[in-house]
Design a protein around this ligand. Sequence first.
Ligand code: ME8
Length: 639
Amino acid sequence: MSAPFYLTTPIYYVNAAPHLGHAYTTIVADAMARYRRLAGDRVWLLTGTDEHGDKIAQAATRAGLPPQALADRNSSAFRETWRRLGITNDDYIRTTEPRHARVVQAVLQGLRDAGEIYLGKYGGHYCFGCERFYTEKEIVDGRCPDHQTPLTWIEEENYFFRMSKYQGWLIEYLEAHPDLIRPERYRNEILGFLREPLQDLSISRPRSRLEWGIPLPFDERFVTYVWFDALLNYVSALGWPDDERFRTFWPHAQHLIAKDILKPHAIYWPCMLKAAGLDVFRRLNVHGYWNVGGGKMSKSVGNVVEALALTDKYGNDAFRYFVMREMTFGLDADFTEEAFVGRLNADLANDLGNLVSRATTLLAGARDGEATVGPPEEEDTAVHRAAVTARAAADEAMADFAFQRALAAIWEFIGAVNRYVDATQPWALARDPARRPRLGRVLCTLADALGWLGIVLDPFLPEAAGRIRAAVGVTAPPRLADAVMGRLDRVPAVARLSGLFPRIEDAARTAGKAARAARPARAAADTPDAPAAPIAIEDFQRVDLRVAEVLAAEAVPKSRKLLRLTVSLGDEQRTVVAGIAEHYAPADLVGKKVVVVANLQPATLMGITSQGMILAGSADTKTAVLALDRDLPAGAKVR
Ligand code: ME8
């Protein structure tokens, strides 16, 4: 059964270009829409631009453009930004479109006819930046509390919407619908505000002061107040009143905003809907501010982080991941590029990128794994259970718009699969023909986990999820219902996928790497101690380093340099030939814990097969075997 789901972002003002704050709201809206679609819901995602009012008129004057030209230009900039960020909105509304103006005028006329709108007088402290009057109580040192700019006293005749009469109704409605506004702190803020008497709302502006707006249908001397105009976009875009789309989606409307515009959405809007005889929206989801350097980022303040510059630099998926993971929905968050790079490296490059690279490398190298797949063991079913737990936690978090919690749950699973790889050691299983069925099962579990991630990550990291699905050979459109592990009993054909999220230092060093690569190859060969070219962490991790205990040591007959060591790697003993006889007496080594490379191809030296290599450093004539500075069991992993 597909449930309708209607989600809106604010419609953004066209007085400047989109920035991180707008991008955050639109990205989380997109992730939510994608999640619901993945779950099989019928989704309608709306965004758009708010194009009337003083603020736009003033920006147009400053730019030396007619307001419509400025609106056209900047509305396109928003639209283009969302296209580049891969936002999957189903519609894009502009308040200068006839389909919208028609609805605003119809609603105004209906309210006027019903006696909900009257002509009155108003004087007050007005902020042009906010497009609103401030009460004495709200003013800070005679200035706008938001913009810190001086306010202007304006007195004028205007039309008013009888909002005050809905105060009692609104309080009751909020009490009867405790989850109408969430997180709860914003609901409490509104209930607190409603303890004071609610004023009627001035819904017009005299044309003598402002031309740029939708004319009142019943008095040509006025245009509509921009908020009254803007809020109606949520129903005009659905084709109110007669469109099928309106009937389908309006009963399931959820709005998404930041706390700056809580009051118009939580007070004006429900009262407007009630007065116009429409149902109240289902839910208002409110997030906090992105701050930069401790202050709110806004166009008028000027410390704006350019969303597009960041995505160009680090990629769309990394940007989406960072903003969703870093901000606790409802609270403020600080943006720093260091935090961004930190998360990219730790969560995306290390945890996810490495898992995908390790797992696909093992799977791509599997030869006849599909023929021999053993039964699942406890280790495998534990991974299946981790997937079930993560799905349940992600579903619950997404129902609450808690994007950060959903991602944390998925990363728990990624951690569990990484630990599973460490514990099952598929590369060791591959060495032992008798353990082929076990290897087959481990590879199945890994392929299965990748398939799961390719679905569940799709709303959050659409590009990476698509690449993961392609690597495991999934071509069908992803569905959440298919994110179920434990159904695979053949190892599928998998293509190697590495470098899904390159570490940032790597990118920063690319220039240096290119310069080194351009040097004559001979230079490196001539100077063996010269620094090697940088390698990716994945390359380093392919080296299996282990703690080994030296059980026995003896000189290799007829060799000046070689010692034959018997070492324990925990559950396995190995013979290792080491070229350290000139520096260590055999007895010095017995009982020592050293570090060995455990996955070197065996080599034969003086007729003895060496199954590994001991790590030692050397300078001039000195050589030192690497030991541990505190005790660890033999077999422990070294990284
Ligand atoms: O208010 N942190 O438009 P607007 C987080 N046109 N989100 C931020 C942010 C920040 N620092 N800055 C902006 C308007 N946003 C009206 C809305 S709706 C009927 C009319 C995001 O261009 C956040 O979603 O000022 C906030 O609510 C919105 O942009 C305000 O955008």
